[in-house]
Design a binder for this molecule. Structure first.
Ligand code: UN1
Length: 511
């Protein structure tokens, strides 16, 4: 899937960290809390291997964290933007300096492949630098508005208060830090709740943030279960906004809790699930389709919200595309994420593995299993075989399957409008792939399918920060798009100041 030459220099570094045991706990005002009971963290690829220990936060520690961030806001939102942007850039430098350890953590705690882990650190660095740059452009000085003589009108953007940043395990560094860096540079303080599966990476990242010069009170970390920590965060009156990436169901629960808050109407920035399709018409190049579909569906073991789930192929070229997909899937190497020979590794945990295997079994009974990539023999990890299954249509799928499963649907040219309507009927709207050499048709489909990110004649994953602003609509999220020029604006409140200059004897002509 990837250029293997990029991975070689990291192998030795990975080896050096392979026996390390990390530790995580809540971080409140810069101090790690290790008094709560601990749970072991095991490697998804080799569950018998211990990666570290996590001391989860409870309701009490979560409230202490909120109080600390709340107190910290008074100073932080007055801190000049240059200072906040420089802290982010310093953090980006530190991430690069510590990339070996962070890559090892992504491999061992999240089971991400070496290449995915390298990309993960790169993306986190990109988020820090991009939001620092965007922050400078937006917050440097108030915007002077046009208006009548004798009056000055200015518009300024300010932090809202304490943001709760609730992040997923599939991008345990990039999305974790993407959310936090946006909230902080916009002048908010943060209480961050990482996914339970990736608390060690989160804890190490917060330590680097403090080293980069962020004051202790601006970033508080509360690893722990959603039912306790997440719920406390969404119900607390001191939380001024929530930034969430994860399932649509959880986003709805958070939204409901926020709606019940008495003291304010609080924004939710949510990036959630998808049921992403690719539409391939008969003018497409089958070789390119197979390459891009395999990458979009199976890279990162399909554990991306952008990943391809349903491949619609026009019947004229379906047989050829299926043959090429089977060939490409036969070449896929599933294996230990630390090995540079592996194209994909395990899924995140046993629960995910069981759910995906059950789906493969169930949907194969109603459809046709076209191909399954063999798993390595003698392994104990949470592996799921990459699977290609023919079905009748996207409506047969009741929920997102977050793993290496690609569904294929044949359609006739006369059914294209129905295909588009069916995709829209899912209510999700994240990514869409289109393969066609008919540019007019591709552009028409791109406009008719309601999604956030459309990719024409290429793969549909791996949006680049500042290049392909990323995020969906409908059940897939609220926007604004991460890594795009409008993202920071949802993290702030606006203040307009109108000043009658004549009242204090000012010289109106000066304007
Ligand atoms: C997610 O998987 O939660 O474009 C979102 C991509 C990534 C997706 C991130 N930015 O593949």
């Amino acid at each position: 899937l990837h250029m293997s030459c990029m991975r070689e220099p990291f192998l030795a570094a990975l080896e050096a960290w392979s026996n390390n045991e990390w530790q995580a706990g809540a971080v409140i005002n810069g101090v790690t809390q290790l008094d709560t009971s601990s749970r072991p963290v095991n490697c998804p690829a080799q569950p018998q291997e211990l990666v570290g220990q996590v001391h989860d936060a409870d309701r009490n520690l979560t409230e202490l964290a909120i109080a600390a961030a709340h107190a910290g806001f008074a100073n932080w939102h007055k801190t000049p933007i240059e200072h906040r942007a420089v802290a982010l850039e310093k953090l980006a430098d530190l991430l690069e300096q510590h990339s070996d350890e962070l890559i090892a953590l992504c491999v061992r705690e999240a089971g991400k492949t070496l290449q995915d882990s390298i990309d993960e650190v790169r993306e986190a660095v990109d988020f820090c630098r991009y939001y620092a740059q965007q922050g400078r452009a937006l917050f440097a000085k108030p915007q002077l508005m046009p208006g009548p003589t004798g009056e000055s009108n200015t518009l300024s953007l300010e932090g809202r208060g304490v943001f709760a940043c609730i992040s997923p395990w599939n991008f345990p560094l990039a999305i974790f830090l993407g959310q936090i860096s946006a909230a902080l540079v916009a002048g908010n303080t943060v209480v961050a709740k990482p996914a339970e599966q990736t608390s060690l990476i989160a804890h190490r990242t917060v330590a680097l943030m403090l080293e980069a010069g962020f004051p202790n009170e601006v970033i508080q970390l509360v690893p722990g279960p959603g039912a306790e920590v997440g719920q406390t965060l969404s119900e607390d009156e001191r939380i001024a906004g929530v930034c969430f990436t994860g399932s649509t169901a959880t986003a709805k629960r958070i939204n409901l809790a926020l709606a019940n808050r008495a003291g304010a109407i609080v924004p939710l920035i949510a990036e959630t699930g998808g049921q992403n399709a690719m539409i391939v018409d008969s003018t497409a190049l089958p070789e390119q389709v197979a390459k891009d579909a395999v990458q979009s569906a199976f890279a990162s073991a399909g554990q991306r919200c952008s990943a391809l789930r349903v491949l619609y192929v026009q019947d004229d070229i379906a047989e050829r595309v299926i043959e090429l997909l089977q060939g490409a899937m036969a070449e896929l190497r599933v294996g230990l994420p630390a090995s540079y020979a592996s194209d994909l590794g395990p899924v995140i945990d046993s629960a995910a593995q069981q759910k995906l295997l059950a789906h493969i079994e169930h949907i194969s009974e109603h459809g046709k299993l076209l191909y399954q990539t063999p798993l390595p023999s003698k392994q104990s990890g949470y592996f799921v075989p990459p699977s290609l299954i023919e079905i009748d249509g996207i409506k047969q799928l009741t929920e997102e399957q977050f793993g290496p499963i690609l569904h294929l649907v044949r359609y006739k040219a006369s059914q294209l409008e129905q295909v588009i309507a069916d995709i829209n009927s899912t209510g999700f709207g994240l990514t869409l792939g289109i393969h066609s050499r008919n540019e007019g048709l591709a552009q028409r489909i791109a406009k008719q399918v309601r999604v956030g990110n459309v990719y024409i004649n290429r793969n549909q994953i791996g949006a680049m920060v500042g290049v392909q602003p990323f995020g969906g609509q409908g059940l897939s999220g609220t926007g604004p798009k991460a890594g795009g020029p409008h993202y920071l604006q949802r993290f702030v409140t606006e203040r307009t100041v109108t000043n009658n200059l004549t009242a204090i004897g000012g010289n109106a002509n000066l304007l």
